[in-house]
Ligand binder design. Structure first.
Ligand SMILES: Nc1ncnc2c1ncn2[C@@H]1O[C@H](COP(=O)(O)OP(=O)(O)OP(=O)(O)O)[C@@H](O)[C@H]1O
Ligand SMILES: O=C(O)C1=C[C@@H](O)[C@@H](O)[C@H](O)C1
Ligand SMILES: [Mg+2]
Length: 247
């Protein structure tokens, strides 16, 4: 069982109605967001779709799942089929087109595909809004994925073997290949940190609402810090994009 050395025990949400806390936080964040889109990035199973839907509802934003938009654009029922009939490269090209189209819109929460972070051009699109990395320990990801199966996730799909062990080993390989790509996000939401703050020894105790609240909190801090001088923050974003493009 995963555990994290942790000193703080806030249990901050225990006595407060989570839904109320979420609502309050979203009202504060809306003021600072000014219609900017939110892009959730993270490994497969990190909760982008689950947490993204909660955030969009509470912010009054529209929710889009970029994998679903690629399926619609290509006219196929699943990402798995697109990989099989075409190729991963074909899927990635369509994923970039979808992100480009979304980037001209406002008031969206977008759950991106787990691999969207690997193409620098996608960061140019996502940097038009705010990006949030849901950083979830690999063993928790593998547990979640083993529970629902890997059929819909072609990079993890295995015909045989223990589902947890297979998912864990494939996710570890992908995480290694992707290196720091997720860390290009404006904000990192670490489940280990939230668990630690709440006095839990396991990230599986965290609800999607806990994670949505922390995401909004981190977005608010980021926006407050970066809107003090908006011309400086535009320049900062541009230099970050240039750096990503040279990697
Ligand atoms: N906080 C959580 N605790 C436990 N299970 C969760 C949590 N968040 C999401 N899940 C479950 O984990 C699985 C993956 O979540 P979700 O589909 O939201 O991830 P994702 O990041 O969108 O994955 P993908 O990149 O493959 O689309 C789902 O079965 C979901 O119900
Ligand atoms: O991590 C990845 O590379 C992927 C994640 C999924 O969301 C899909 O976009 C696809 O299965 C590839
Ligand atoms: Mg998803």
């Amino acid at each position: 069982m995963w555990s994290y050395p942790c000193a703080g025990h806030e249990n901050s949400h225990n006595s407060v109605d989570e839904a109320l806390l979420l609502k309050r936080k979203s009202e504060e964040v809306l003021f600072y967001l000014n219609g900017r889109c939110i892009y959730l990035v993270g490994m497969m199973g990190s909760g982008k779709s689950t947490v993204g839907k909660i955030m969009s509802e509470v912010l009054g934003y529209s929710f889009f799942d970029s994998d679903k938009l690629v399926e619609q654009a290509v006219g196929m029922p699943s990402v798995a089929q697109i990989f099989k009939v075409h190729s991963e490269a074909f899927f990635r090209d369509n994923e970039s087109s979808v992100l480009r189209d979304l980037s001209s819109m406002r008031r969206l929460v977008v759950a991106t595909g787990g691999g969207a972070v690997i193409r620098p051009i996608n960061w140019r699109y996502m940097k038009r809004g705010l990006s949030v990395w849901l950083d979830v320990p690999l063993d928790a990801l593998a547990r979640r994925i083993a529970k629902v199966g890997t059929a819909s996730r072609p990079l993890l799909d295995q015909p045989s073997g223990d589902p947890y062990a297979m998912a864990f080993s494939k996710l570890s390989m992908l995480a290694q290949q992707r290196g720091d790509a997720y860390a290009n996000a404006d904000v990192r939401v670490s489940l280990e940190e939230i668990a630690c703050k709440q006095g839990h020894d396991d990230v599986s105790k965290l609800t999607p609402t806990d994670i949505a609240i922390e995401s909004l909190h981190k977005i608010e801090s980021f926006v407050i810090e970066h809107t003090a001088d908006s011309s400086a923050s535009d320049a900062q974003a541009e230099s970050q994009i240039q750096r990503i493009q040279t990697l």
